[in-house]
Design a binder for this molecule. Structure first.
Ligand SMILES: Cc1ncc(COP(=O)(O)O)c(C=O)c1O
Length: 449
C-alpha cells in the first residue's frame, strides 16, 4: 500500500482507528439482496454470521474493506485460499497476461502442463494429477477412482471431517453428541434436508484417531477407500496421534484399500507439499483446492500413476471449466510463489499470534485452548485439554466464542466463528500486533467466564 493510501485507510473505522466498527449497511444490503439472492448469500456457510453477513468492496494484503467503510484484518482468508493475501501482484499479473490471450478453449494449454508438473514436483503422492474447479468435485473423482481400482464399494469417512456438500459424502460432519451414537460404532447422520439418503449407502462413519477401530474395519477386506483430513481442520485444528497416520497407511496397504487425504485445506498451506509432506505419510491419492490458486476456482486430484491413469481406461472425469486457463495462470503463479521461506515466515508469525491470543485471553480470565500450526490454527473456549477428535471438540463453548468473534469484529478483526484462523504471508508482525490489541479489547468486552 502506498503511504498516501495508508494514511487514507488509517482514517477508516477498523483495526487501528480506535473507532468501533458498525455493520449497518451490510445488514441493510443483505436484507435487500435477499429479494433476489437466496438468503443474500451464495453459500450456506456465509449465512447466519454475527452480527450480519458482510458485504465487501475490496481486499488488499491482510485486509478487507466493507460497504460500511470498515477496514478489517481478515483471518477468514476466503475460508483458506488466500495464502498470499488479498490481491497479490504476482497472481494479478499472471491472470492479466492470460486474459489478454483468451478465457476458455476446451483444449489443452502449456500453462496447464506447467502447473501439473509443478503439482507433481511439490506434492509427495503426486505421480499424476488432474485439474477441476472445486474441492467437492475432486473428492467425487477420488471415490470413483478408488472404487474402480479396487472393485469395492465402501468408503470410510470420519466424524467431523468435511469433504464437500454432495449427497454421498455430507454425513456426520457436525452431528450432536446425542445423535452421534457410541464412539465405537457412530451413527451416520445426514447433513442436509433434502439429501438423497440412499446416496449414503456407500459411506461408513468411524471415529478418527482410533487406530484400533480402523484396523479392525479394514481387516474385513471390503473397503475401497478411506478418506480423511490428514489434520482435522474443518473441526478444530487437530493433529493425528503419534503413529495414527502411519498405522492407517499400513492397514490400507495390507488390505488393498486406497488411502485418500483430503488436502483441500492443508494442501499448499501446512507445507509446500501439504499435510502429507509435513507429517511424512504418503496417501494413494489426495485432493486439493483453496490455496492452490490463491482465490481462483482451481482444484486438483493427484496420486499414484496407475490409479490416476484409470481416467484413460473407462473412469469418467469431466468438467467444462477444468483447467480454465485464467485460473490456471493464478495456480501456477501461486505455486511458484510458495517457497519454503514463505511457509517458514508464516509459521513464525502464526506461532507468535497463537501465543499472543492464548496469553491475552488467559490474562483476561478466560479458559482457552489454542492448537494447530502457524499457517492454520484453532481457538476454543472451556475445553479441559486439546481435542483428539470431533467428540472432544464439540464440547467447546461455541456461544462464548461467537461473542468473542463478534466483539473482535467491532475492533476490526474478522475471524471465523468456528474457531479457525487462517494466516497469509501478508499478516506481518505489525498486523499481528494490531490483532493482539483487538484480542485484548474483545477479551475484556466479553468478560471473564
Ligand atoms: C477438507 C475439505 N474438503 C472438501 C471441501 C469442499 O471444497 P469446495 O468448497 O471447493 O467444494 C472443503 C471445503 O471447505 C474442505 O475443507
Amino acid at each position: 500500500m502506498s503511504p498516501d493510501a495508508e494514511g487514507a485507510a488509517a482514517a477508516l473505522p477498523g483495526h487501528n482507528s480506535g473507532q468501533r466498527c458498525v455493520f449497518d449497511e451490510s445488514a441493510r444490503r443483505i436484507k435487500e439482496n435477499s429479494r433476489f439472492l437466496a438468503g443474500g448469500v451464495s453459500s450456506n456457510f456465509r449465512l447466519g454470521i454475527s452480527p450480519t453477513p458482510l458485504v465487501f468492496e475490496r481486499g488488499e494484503g491482510a485486509c478487507l474493506f466493507d460497504v460500511d467503510g470498515n477496514r478489517l484484518i481478515d483471518y477468514y482468508l476466503a475460508m483458506g485460499p488466500m495464502i498470499l493475501g488479498h490481491n497479490p501482484a504476482v497472481v494479478r499479473s499472471a491472470v492479466e497476461a492470460q486474459l489478454a490471450r483468451g478465457i476458455l478453449y476446451a483444449g489443452q494449454t502449456d500453462l496447464e502442463a506447467q502447473a501439473a508438473r509443478k503439482v507433481c514436483e511439490m506434492v509427495p503422492c503426486a505421480e499424476r494429477m488432474r485439474f477441476a474447479s472445486s474441492g467437492s468435485e475432486v473428492v467425487q473423482a477420488a471415490f470413483r477412482l478408488a472404487r474402480a481400482a479396487t472393485g469395492r464399494r465402501t468408503i470410510i469417512k470420519f466424524e467431523g471431517h468435511y469433504h464437500g456438500w454432495f449427497d454421498n459424502v455430507l454425513w456426520s460432519n457436525a452431528p450432536t453428541l446425542e445423535a452421534a451414537g457410541p464412539e465405537e460404532a457412530p451413527n451416520r447422520i445426514a447433513g442436509s434436508k433434502g439429501q438423497e439418503l440412499e446416496a449414503g449407502g456407500g459411506i461408513e462413519i468411524l471415529s478418527w484417531n482410533r487406530l484400533d477401530l480402523i484396523e479392525k474395519r479394514l481387516a474385513r477386506g471390503d473397503v475401497a477407500g478411506v478418506i480423511m483430513e490428514a489434520a482435522m481442520c474443518n473441526a478444530g485444528a487437530v493433529q493425528a496421534a503419534p503413529g495414527y497416520l502411519e498405522g492407517v497407511r499400513a492397514a490400507c496397504t495390507k488390505h488393498g484399500t486406497m488411502l485418500i487425504f483430503d488436502e483441500v485445506i492443508t494442501g499448499f498451506r501446512l507445507a509446500p507439499g501439504g499435510a502429507q509432506q509435513r507429517f511424512g505419510v504418503t496417501p494413494d491419492m489426495a485432493t486439493f483446492a483453496k490455496a492452490i490458486a490463491n482465490g481462483f476456482p482451481v482444484a486438483a486430484i493427484a496420486g499414484r500413476a496407475d490409479v490416476l491413469d484409470l481416467f484413460g481406461q473407462g473412469v469418467l472425469h469431466g468438467g467444462t471449466f477444468n483447467a480454465q486457463p485464467v485460473a490456471i495462470a493464478a495456480a501456477l503463479a501461486t505455486m511458484n510463489a510458495l517457497t519454503p521461506e514463505v511457509f517458514a515466515t508464516i509459521e513464525r508469525r502464526g506461532r507468535r499470534l497463537m501465543d499472543g491470543i492464548r496469553s491475552e485471553l488467559t490474562a483476561a480470565g478466560h479458559k482457552v485452548v489454542v492448537t494447530g500450526w502457524g499457517q492454520f490454527f484453532h481457538v476454543a473456549f472451556d475445553l479441559d485439554a486439546p481435542a483428539r477428535n470431533y467428540r472432544d471438540l464439540v464440547r467447546m463453548n461455541k456461544a462464548k466464542y461467537v461473542k468473542f468473534t463478534t466483539a473482535l469484529l467491532g475492533h476490526g478483526v474478522r475471524a471465523l466463528e468456528r474457531g479457525a484462523w487462517f494466516m497469509s504471508i501478508e499478516h506481518d508482525d505489525a498486523i499481528v500486533d494490531q490483532t493482539l490489541e483487538a484480542v485484548k479489547k474483545a477479551a475484556r468486552d466479553i468478560g471473564a467466564a
